[in-house]
Structure formats: C-alpha cells, structure tokens
Write a protein that binds this ligand. Sequence first.
Ligand SMILES: *[C@@H]1O[C@H](CO)[C@@H](O)[C@H](O)[C@H]1NC(C)=O
Ligand SMILES: *[C@@H]1O[C@H](CO)[C@@H](O)[C@H](O)[C@H]1NC(C)=O
Ligand SMILES: *[C@@H]1O[C@H](CO)[C@@H](O)[C@H](O)[C@H]1NC(C)=O
Ligand SMILES: *[C@@H]1O[C@H](CO)[C@@H](O)[C@H](O)[C@H]1NC(C)=O
Ligand SMILES: *[C@@H]1O[C@H](CO)[C@@H](O)[C@H](O)[C@H]1NC(C)=O
Ligand SMILES: *[C@@H]1O[C@H](CO)[C@@H](O)[C@H](O)[C@H]1NC(C)=O
Ligand SMILES: *[C@@H]1O[C@H](CO)[C@@H](O)[C@H](O)[C@H]1NC(C)=O
Ligand SMILES: *[C@@H]1O[C@H](CO)[C@@H](O)[C@H](O)[C@H]1NC(C)=O
Ligand SMILES: *[C@@H]1O[C@H](CO)[C@@H](O)[C@H](O)[C@H]1NC(C)=O
Ligand SMILES: *[C@@H]1O[C@H](CO)[C@@H](O)[C@H](O)[C@H]1NC(C)=O
Ligand SMILES: *[C@@H]1O[C@H](CO)[C@@H](O)[C@H](O)[C@H]1NC(C)=O
Length: 819
Amino acid sequence: MCGRINALLATAVVLASTAVNAQNATGKEPIDYVDPLIGTINGGHVFPGATLPFAGMAKAGPDVIGENQGGFSTDGSPVYGFSHMHDSGTGGASSMGNFPIFAQAGCPNDDLNACNYTSWERATPYVNGTVRGRPGYFTITLESQITVEMTVTNHTALYRFTFPETPTTPNTTLIPLILLELSDLPNTRTDGKIKISSSTGRMTGGGRFSPSFGIGQYQSFFCADFSGAAIKDAGVFANSRATTRAKSLKVISETERAAERPAGGWVQFKKPDNGNQVLVRVGMSFISEARACHNAEHEIPTHDFAGTAKAAATAWRDKFSVISLKPGGVSDVLLRAFWSGVYRSMISPQDYTGENPYWHSGEPYYDSYYCIWDSFRSIHPLITLLDPHSQTLMVRGLLDIYRHEGKLPDCRMSFCKGRFTQGGSNADIVIVDAYLKNITKGIDWNLAYEALVSDAEIEPMNWDVEGRGGLESWKTLGYIPTENLDLLGVGTETRSISRTVEYAYNDFVIATLAKALGHSADYNKYLGRSGNWKNMYKADQTSFINGTDTGFVGFLQPRYMNGTWGFQEPVWCSPLLEFTGCYLNPSGGETYEGPAWLYTFFVPGDMKTLIATLGGPTQFVKRLDYFHDSGMAYIGDEQAFLKVFLYHYAGRPAKSAERAHFYIPSQFNDTLNGIPGNDDSGAMGSFEALTMMGIFPNAGQDVYFITPPFFEEVTIRNGQTGKTATIRNINFDPSGKAIYIQSVTLNGKPYTRNWLQHSFFLEGGTLELTLGATESAWGTRPEDVPPSLGPLGNGTNATAQRRWEMPQIPNLRDAMLVS
Ligand SMILES: *[C@@H]1O[C@H](CO)[C@@H](O)[C@H](O)[C@H]1NC(C)=O
Ligand SMILES: *[C@@H]1O[C@H](CO)[C@@H](O)[C@H](O)[C@H]1NC(C)=O
Ligand SMILES: *[C@@H]1O[C@H](CO)[C@@H](O)[C@H](O)[C@H]1NC(C)=O
Ligand SMILES: *[C@@H]1O[C@H](CO)[C@@H](O)[C@H](O)[C@H]1NC(C)=O
Ligand SMILES: *[C@@H]1O[C@H](CO)[C@@H](O)[C@H](O)[C@H]1NC(C)=O
Ligand SMILES: *[C@@H]1O[C@H](CO)[C@@H](O)[C@H](O)[C@H]1NC(C)=O
Ligand SMILES: *[C@@H]1O[C@H](CO)[C@@H](O)[C@H](O)[C@H]1NC(C)=O
Ligand SMILES: *[C@@H]1O[C@H](CO)[C@@H](O)[C@H](O)[C@H]1NC(C)=O
Ligand SMILES: *[C@@H]1O[C@H](CO)[C@@H](O)[C@H](O)[C@H]1NC(C)=O
Ligand SMILES: *[C@@H]1O[C@H](CO)[C@@H](O)[C@H](O)[C@H]1NC(C)=O
Ligand SMILES: *[C@@H]1O[C@H](CO)[C@@H](O)[C@H](O)[C@H]1NC(C)=O
C-alpha cells in the first residue's frame, strides 16, 4: 500500500562515501545505530515512538495535528497528545492513537477553564532538536517547556513528564494538569466512557472506534495511573469546559464523531515531590478495563521508568543479536540505514495473543497486517531469517484467523478485516515461504493447505476484504477479464491485469505446497493455472512515451470476457504518466499502483518462460534496464523490489548488485526523509536490510539472490538450529565501487550458482565472495540461475506451455446460468 504522491525519479545519486570508519572504533552496539525518526516526514508515516519488538501492543508516541498516520511527524506540526497504540508506515488513514493524554503545567490564574481541552486548542509545537528516540524509548520537549519521555512493556505505556519550575503561560504557578481524551487519531469514536477516582487519580474507560483501513469497529480499553505528585483535584471535560462536579462521563453517538464532541477526564496535581516530574502509566486492552488495569499492574508494578526502558532496550538487543556485522569501513549512513531498517521490520505484526475478544483458541494472535500484499515480499522472509520463532507464531495466528473467520486475511488491523485487498491472496505466499524454510513447529499443514485451496477455489461474497474475486472467470477463461461479470461476489472490479499475475503466482505457491504434501493432481492443476499470466500477454503490444516508441514489444494488456483485447498505455500509472492513476478507486486502471510495464515482469515462479517470452536474456536485460533508467521505476512501492534482482534470472547477477547500489543510499538512507515511500509496517526497512545483507529473497520460493553485502562481512545465527551462516566479501571496497563478484566459495568449495537456499542458514557455513571492479563470468551460466517453474523444475516442463494458444471462450451466458 502506498499513498505517496511525490514522484521520485530514480536519479543515480551515489553518496560519496564519507571516510568515517565505523568499524567499531566507537564501541557502539547495533541498537545505537537505530534512528526511529527515519521516515517520519514526507509520506514515510513511520511510528517513531517507544515499542517492543512484535510483542509491543503498546506503542507510545506523540500525536500531531497534520500528517499523523504514525502519530508523529517531524514536519513541525504541533503535538496535541501522547497515545499508547499506533501502527507504523500505513499508507491509508491514521491508525489508532486512542485515548491521548496531554499535560499543562498549570491553568492561568488557577482557573480550570483557562487550561486548554480540545485538541486544536491544546496543540503545542515541539522545540526543535529535542526529539530523540532509541529502541524502547522516546523523548520530546514542547514549547510549554514540558519534556515528555516514554517507554513501554507489552501492553503498557509509561510516560515521564518533567515540568518547568515556572510555567510558560502568564500568571501560572506549577499545578500540573494531565488530561485524557476519549478519541483516536482518525476521529472515529462513536461511544466512549471514562471514570476518574479523585483519591488516586486512576482513570479507566473505553470506547468504540473504526480501524484505519478496514471494515467494522473495535473496542479498546485503558487504565491510567499517576505517580510523583499528590492529587489536588479531578474531574471531566466536554468541549472546552472542565468541571470538578462529575467524576465520570459517557459519550454515545451513532453519528457524531469525536472531533465534533471532545470529552474526557483530567487530574490536577499539587507541585510534584521532586524533580517536577509526574509519571503516567497507561495499561491497554481490547477486552476490558479490568484487563487493562491488570496488564499495567502486572507489567509495570512500580512505575520504574529507567528499569522499564532498560528492559525494552534489552528486548531489542536480543532481537538484533542474531546478526553481526563487520562494517569494513563503510559510512555510518549505511550502518544507520541498515539497523534502522531491521528495527522497523520488527515493529509489526503485533502480538495481541490473550487480547482477542472474539475467540479463545490457545493459538497465537497477531494483528496489524498493513497489508500482506506489502509484507509478503520482504518483511516475512526477513522475520523468517532473523526470528523464526515469531514467524512460526504468525503463521499459526494466520491459520487461526482462517479457522475462525473462514478466510486468510490480506489486510487486517484492530481485529477487523482490512479493505482493500490490493491484489492476490498473498497470505498463501507467506505460508508457503515459511513451509519451504522449515517454519513448521506446531503448524497444521493440512489446515494450511485447506486455507490456500479455499483462496484458490471459493470466492467470498465480499472479496474486497479477503480471498479473490472473479474466480469463475479464472477457472473457465484462465484470466481475470477486464470488466468481468462476477455473479459470485462483490469487490472493486479494477486491476484485472495485476490481479491475474498475482493470482497466477498465488496458484504457483499452492502448487508447491500441493507437491510437498503429496496432492499430485492439485499440483498439476495449480501449476497449470500459474501460467495464466500468459493469457493477458499481448505479444504485439508496443509502448510509447510522449509519442516516442520505447522499442519494446509485448506487454500485459486488458482483456475482456469475450477474449478481445482492451488497451492501457503500458507506461500509464508510472511516474512518467499519471503516476496515481491506478490507486484503489472504482475508476482505477487494470494495474495496481504501477504500470503494465512493471507487472509484465511479475512471473516470479517461471522467469525462464517470461524471459523467453520477452525475447531472451539479452533483450530482457535491456528491458529491465530501461525500466530502471527511464524513471518509470518507483522503488517506494513494494512491487518494485523484486525488479532490482531479476537480472539474476538472465545470468547477470552483477547488474542486480549495481541496481542495489543505485537505490541504496540514494533512496534509502539515514535522513528523516530516508525512505522513498510509506514504510508499510517496515517493508522499506526490510528491503534495505535484505538488500544490504546481499540475500534478497524471491518470496514463496527457497531462493535468495546472491549479491555482495554492503559490509565486509555479515553473520546470521539461526534461531532454530543455533548455527551461524557467514557471508564474507574478499577485497571489500567500502566506497561501493568493487561490487562485482569474481568467484565464490561455499565452505571452501567453488560455488557457481548465483542463488542460495535457506538450508545455508539452517545448517550454517561460510560463503566467501571475491570482489572486483568489473563484471565477471561468475553466476552467468544457464545452470547457475535460480530455478523456474516448481520447486524442482527449470522451466522446461511441458505444463509451462499450457494455454499458450487463445483459450476457448465458452458461451458465457450459459456458463453463468448453470453455475
Ligand atoms: C562492536 O563491538 C562489540 C563488541 O565486540 C559488538 O558487540 C558490537 O556488535 C559491535 N558493533 C557493531 C556495530 O558491529
Ligand atoms: C511480552 O510478550 C512476549 C511474547 O510476545 C513474551 O515473550 C514476553 O515474556 C512478554 N514480556 C513480559 C514482560 O511479559
Ligand atoms: C492554551 O493554548 C493557547 C494557544 O492556543 C496558548 O497560548 C496557551 O499558552 C495555552 N494554555 C496553556 C495553559 O497551556
Ligand atoms: C524548527 O525547524 C523547522 C524545520 O527546519 C522550521 O521550519 C521551524 O521554523 C523551526 N522552529 C523553530 C522554533 O526554530
Ligand atoms: C495576571 O494577573 C494580574 C493580577 O491578578 C491581572 O491583572 C492580569 O490581567 C493577569 N494577566 C493575565 C494574562 O491573565
Ligand atoms: C468484446 O467485448 C468488448 C467489451 O465489451 C467489446 O468492446 C468488443 O466489441 C467485444 N468484441 C467482440 C468481438 O464481440
Ligand atoms: C512528456 O511531455 C511533457 C510535455 O512536453 C513533459 O512535461 C514531460 O516531462 C514529458 N515526459 C517524459 C517522460 O518525457
Ligand atoms: C535519502 O532518501 C530520500 C528518500 O528516498 C531521498 O529523497 C534523498 O535524496 C536521500 N538523501 C541522500 C542524501 O541521498
Ligand atoms: C528441515 O525440516 C525437515 C523436516 O522437519 C527436517 O528433516 C530437516 O532436517 C530440517 N532441516 C534443517 C537444516 O534443519
Ligand atoms: C532441466 O532442464 C534440462 C534441460 O535444459 C532437462 O534435461 C532437465 O530434466 C530439467 N530438469 C527438471 C527438474 O525439470
Ligand atoms: C511436469 O509436468 C508433469 C505433468 O503435469 C508432472 O507430472 C511432472 O511432475 C512435472 N515435472 C516437474 C519436474 O515438475
């Protein structure tokens, strides 16, 4: 998902490598290289606040008025609150941010109504240079001179407010007031309630909200406790007025939204005991207020800020400890980009196990998939590599959703089904990728297979939120027709081209699992369907840019039910022509968030046939070069990632390495604006991490493309076997010029394949890449390229030739009537 509009034409800016030698001279450890603020401006939508890895249901951070998908933005927007749950990098609406708290040092003339209550009145700019974060901790100072620090446990946020001795507002003495509003970032509250104890200050309550990119509603509950100062008074507020008269409040509305009716509670304190500090602990739950309080009391019994922050840092240190780097003299830019990328890849999906209000199965429950269309390509393969235990729990959680809701999700957040499914049923790919990489513990593979077959065979009534649409045509015609007639279900009838190639690859991975589980008839059936992309390939289609022929012939094109071709300019919906023409709207095009040019490259399971179709390896490389060099490629959207590495299939692994260095660090770096698109829960970060380690995967297959790591040496310890796998560059050049592999050895023996299998990481070993300044013959022979068509196949199986001819078009009216 990517709502980012600003077109970034791929300029080959290669950062002159600064001569900083980061080779541990400073004694820094990996978490010191994380800058959580990367991607917090200009559409990155990264959540920069305090969180634990995955387990972090609590995600504490500031909320601004303005670009606030992830709560905060470093664009100078004023802060109106601090809230306890967020999502990172979403391309759609802002997410969660429920029950923000806000502090004022006192009310002028000690008049309660002289404090600010509504979000727009209280919003306060932050002081430049005071915003800093590190894993598990975040701090910011507002122009009110109030410094706010935050840290978290699994379900609880802990804030430390430090007040100025002299409040900045005139005629005000230090009598801090902290309020909590019954609202969320996207202003979706329909009902809410709060109760405040005037003796302890404890605030409890909850509310009903809408998910940011989904259907339905969810309920959320909080429990806030204070320490550090004696309670002076407490009460509630509504709109811009506060009172001590009432200690509880309910807001019920079917139509009005929170923004139109601000309401909440407040507590006022006597001057704090020491250091002018007040601590606020906020427990969260999706089940009840009591559980929110239990979570808080259990996880942070003593409001120990330093201890909580330390434990959070340790949790991150543990996650990072499976990777060790020998930087080899590269710049800190690369180290910060790398570790920050790893960090962001581990913010979501979020472990909500034990917090599911809908069913109790004893299985794990993970949430915040934004969306699997975005995350299957690199986030999940990276998690599999670095944290197979979490990936195992996620797969089990996905299957448990299938068990209880009947379909695997694509987008999902806050226990709601996400809209819109952007293309295929891509949980299929996550599951098969995990299967191929020995993610097996406690996973019911028969159930998994059933779930995949359900995606392939049974169209849901609403395929905007799960599964696939157009399955009748898929089965009878062999493609998703443009302007399809679909009597089985309802969904957004666009993207016929991109859905066709994605469904085809989904069927490819189903074939893989069918084979592994011994369902040989299904194997042939789905392998056959995986060739359906050919039915939308128009061999004589040309492509023009501004009236000039690009010279390339043969592109995917719209095709109607009767077999007649439609037309969509192949560059349309790229940065070169109406970039945003193919977003999710009813008039969107036949490709999703990208041009037909891009989708014509998407046959990840049978690149051999695709390359032959497009005129052979030389012509294919020319076409891929044109895609990257013409400005047509936009690397800030996930479907572009694999295009960096497809050169491997044409026997030109050196060109994949060149492209990797073309995009990093020119478009992925350590600045606030350091990612080219929405992070989508860490997708950009996972691209950086895998690319810089030199092992980008072809998700859904047991294939990693070998390119030289951006560091002298990378070692990964496998969480299942405890073995370590090292990739070492010989003749490493930190300036990034000698990036061409001359020869390779695996455990001392010559290795000519340009790809790796996961067994390398499971079994451990050493891969040594000898580098040079020019492209060599290494990895270029046909037998050295990654496999095509099926887990063992190499593109020569006759099934690949199926449906080359125009399919027989059945009499559609009859087909519909009999069904
Ligand atoms: C620096 O060295 C320490 C101790 O050897 C190690 O733990 C740490 O991971 C190294 N830092 C980096 C960035 O590799
Ligand atoms: C947080 O949750 C993770 C599992 O997601 C668990 O391993 C860990 O023990 C929990 N931490 C605490 C303090 O309960
Ligand atoms: C209330 O907001 C106004 C601006 O909207 C600001 O000038 C004032 O200082 C705020 N009052 C307090 C008590 O923070
Ligand atoms: C803070 O920095 C932003 C961006 O550089 C700038 O626009 C703004 O004026 C600065 N604010 C102050 C108070 O210096
Ligand atoms: C501050 O208090 C003084 C004396 O009570 C009063 O005259 C003045 O108007 C107040 N100023 C503001 C800004 O409230
Ligand atoms: C096929 O369908 C398209 C779209 O409805 C229509 O424009 C075209 O004329 C039809 N072709 C034939 C041969 O019927
Ligand atoms: C196409 O032509 C328009 C108008 O001359 C120009 O603004 C645009 O940059 C051109 N686009 C490309 C990709 O050449
Ligand atoms: C960093 O990345 C951003 C986003 O892609 C890009 O706009 C910017 O030019 C890059 N900065 C540097 C110094 O390369
Ligand atoms: C992968 O899993 C299979 C089946 O569980 C097992 O036989 C094999 O030894 C595992 N491979 C490694 C390298 O652990
Ligand atoms: C791979 O291709 C070769 C011919 O190039 C063929 O002999 C061999 O059987 C194929 N292997 C598989 C597993 O399809
Ligand atoms: C090739 O296709 C045939 C028929 O569908 C199938 O039986 C065979 O297993 C396939 N071979 C490979 C190597 O995938």
